[in-house]
Design a protein around this ligand. Structure first.
Ligand code: ZN
Length: 193
């Protein structure tokens, strides 16, 4: 994992690096989404995510700020979807579940650290897609792919506000892991308050 980190740190900003990860991202102007500039930023984000996945076999999503673009855009890897990569721009959370799930998270910008984070089981949010069309995510099923997607979206939306999973994580359970399968083996756990 440490050797892989060296390979990915060239294109993924790490925590503390120029304070990029702590920046609050600005909204993308909807009328500029189709512009060459924004389209090439989206392409770059996709390339970075795929490159990271190729090197580490991990990485479910990347937010602009993680590649030095402090704008409210992110690309999520969704193997079950036809296009595999989903772009979300200017997401706004409208609703969230009352019940929470505990699930271990890692981050492309926080090296080999993993910690469980308790978050709502699902969120409903609207966003603009890469063509600038308004879309809505609202999937509350127990389908594991949807559970993970609901989790990844919350993690990426946090990045847009300069918030990292370690800010929300249970740090007494912080761990390091070099097993690429580690993240896949982690199970969702219901948390009752
Ligand atoms: Zn992250």
């Amino acid at each position: 994992m440490y050797a892989q980190l060296g390979l990915t740190s060239g294109f993924i900003y790490q925590l503390g690096e120029e304070d990029m990860i702590r920046r609050k991202s600005r909204e993308v102007k909807p009328e500029e989404i189709q512009s060459k500039e924004i389209q090439s930023k989206i392409k770059y984000l996709k390339r970075c995510l795929l490159k990271y996945r190729k090197i580490t076999s991990m990485g479910r999503g990347v937010a602009g700020v993680q590649v030095g673009i402090p704008e409210r855009l992110a690309v999520i890897y969704m193997p079950e979807e036809e296009d595999k990569l989903l772009t979300i721009i200017n997401p706004h959370i409208i609703d969230r579940a009352g019940d929470s799930l505990k699930f271990t998270e890692g981050c492309m910008s926080e090296g080999p650290l993993f910690a469980p984070v308790v978050r709502p089981a699902w969120i409903k949010f609207k966003y603009l897609d890469e063509q600038g069309r308004e879309r809505m995510w609202d999937k509350k099923s127990d389908n594991p792919a949807h559970c993970i997607a609901n989790r990844v979206f919350q993690h990426e939306i946090d990045h847009m506000d300069g918030i990292i999973f370690l800010d929300r994580g249970i740090l007494s359970e912080l761990t390091l892991d070099s097993d690429p399968q580690f993240y896949e083996q982690v199970k969702f756990e219901e948390v009752h308050s």
